[in-house]
Design a protein around this ligand. Structure first.
Ligand code: GAP
Length: 459
């Protein structure tokens, strides 16, 4: 068991190192010594992330007649967060080690040591930490402050606004406040959804596990409005299946994905059901996505706070009502991390280890690499011509540096499904070698047929 955990840690280290070495993900502000567990997405990371977001938008907005998209602001009216309950209730329990001064999530420390989930019970956490003499994971001491609440919203100031302004802690808020605008301007018919992709900010007590828990991250969320007396359970199940389907589209193995239903007694008073889609990360089975039945809570709260009616008018039956909502929510960075972990493979080829990211083609950062065998004009000129022809249809990269073996290795490590090699034979037969990332099989294809060949392969 211990060995297995070590293996998992080693795998995580390998992924983090590959991400930096190959331009996927860099620690932010490294020249200043790094900053607060934040990360930048490098040239391949941003392609991977954008491809995941594009796939999501295509699946949940463009391919459906019942969902429309919006792009709301990050800075929103302070009353919104009062109405949603975030000002009063968006908090986690923190505790400090008096010896090393390090800060932790109190519920996490207690749960790791005792297996008991004490979320929300501050006093019990303090008693348990002290009575069970739970050790600080950093220094091993057992000298804790009291567990206390910490609001996770980032607060800022805005010219001309007296109230505290917050960076949005989730994208959902921006959707609810645009409910009226969307229903007034679009011909949406219930059930319908409003989707959004964007940044969210949470002042997490402990960020970490690479890009799993960040303070600045992106969400892809849908508020799916349904009739209050609709038969919601089949719809809820359908959304769960769609979330799981999406995990497969970004390359996650079925056996690594599971469900966790929040116990009824822990649900908010307005929620009928919440189920998380879990992924087997190397550091444990953790939440990847969420799905919640939120009843009419959000629209009712915003209606009360704003004084505006937020209702749906059913013209066919001439009735007005406040819809209920199902909320499927997806984390972008957690999708990226799960996709990287699932794609990572080490294979032995001719006595050497080949590292290859076997991304599904739709999310691979680069689709096709065009590689002239030599830098000489006689090969680089036709190779650049091929690059220029293909680059408007596919994401392509041109690379003429280093030996062809090293270039294949590099493309395997960034997960490029196809390499096109222009060699001296090309000058005679007007054909190139196309190498498949997964099988390493090579095929000779006429230059004139390349575009159709890749259209078929890459869609
Ligand atoms: N509107 C509902 C909502 O925000 P959530 O479970 O708090 O629900 C939704 O967050 C998703 O956002 C999570 O399933 C996860 O994928 C992602 N997420 C949440 N906190 C995160 C963090 N600190 N860093 C990275 N991703 C996070």
């Amino acid at each position: 068991m211990a060995e297995k955990n070590e293996d998992k840690q080693v795998m995580m280290e390998k992924i983090v190192s590959l991400c930096k070495r190959r331009g996927f993900i860099f620690p932010a502000c490294e020249i200043y010594g790094g900053f607060a567990n934040a990360y930048s997405f490098g040239p391949y990371g941003v392609e991977l992330k954008n491809n995941i977001k594009k796939l999501w938008w295509k699946k949940f907005v463009h391919s459906r007649e019942d969902i429309v998209g919006i792009d709301g602001p990050i800075l929103l009216h302070p009353k919104l967060w009062e109405a949603s309950g975030h000002v009063a209730g968006f908090k986690d329990a923190m505790v400090d080690c008096k010896k090393c001064k390090k800060r932790f999530r109190a519920d996490h420390i207690v749960e790791d040591a005792t297996g008991e989930d004490m979320e929300g019970r501050l006093e019990d956490m303090t008693i348990t930490l002290r009575e069970k003499k739970i050790k600080c994971p950093n220094c091993g001491a057992s000298d804790w402050t009291e567990a206390r609440n910490f609001n996770m919203m980032f607060q800022t100031q805005m010219n001309g606004i007296e109230d505290a302004v917050y960076l949005r802690p989730e994208t959902a808020g921006a959707i609810f406040v645009d409910f009226k605008n969307v229903t007034d301007s679009m011909r949406v018919k219930i059930p319908f959804g409003i989707a959004q992709i964007g940044k969210a900010f949470r002042n997490e007590i402990v960020a970490g596990n690479f890009i799993f828990r960040l303070r600045e991250f992106e969400q892809m969320e849908i508020e799916y409005f349904i009739e209050p007396d609709a038969d919601w359970e089949p719809l809820f199940e359908k959304w769960l299946e769609l979330q799981e389907e999406f995990t497969r589209e970004i390359g996650l193995r079925k056996e690594d994905v599971s469900r966790y239903e929040h116990p009824k007694e822990k649900l908010s008073h307005y929620s009928k059901k919440t189920i998380d889609t879990m992924f087997k990360f190397p550091f444990g089975v953790k939440e990847l996505y969420g799905l919640a039945h939120r009843g009419e809570f959000d629209l009712t709260q915003h209606s009360k706070m704003s004084g505006q009616k937020l209702e749906y008018y059913d013209a066919e039956n001439n009735k007005r009502y406040t819809p209920h909502v199902l909320e499927p929510t997806f984390g972008v960075e957690r999708s990226v991390l799960a996709a990287l972990i699932s794609a990572y493979h080490e294979e032995e080829v001719k006595g050497e280890v080949r590292v290859v990211l076997k991304f599904p083609k739709a999310i691979a950062p680069i689709h096709i690499a065009i590689l002239p065998l030599s830098k000489k004009d006689e090969l680089s000129v036709p190779a650049l011509e091929i690059f220029n022809n293909l680059k408007s249809k596919f994401i392509c990269e041109y690379d003429e540096t280093q030996s062809i073996g090293k270039r294949y290795r590099r493309q395997d490590e960034i997960g490029t499904p196809y390499c096109v090699t222009v060699d001296f034979e090309t000058l005679n037969d007007q054909a190139v070698t196309v190498r498949d990332r997964d099988t390493m099989a090579q095929e000779r294809i006429k230059i004139s047929e390349l575009e159709n060949y890749f259209k078929e392969k890459l869609g």
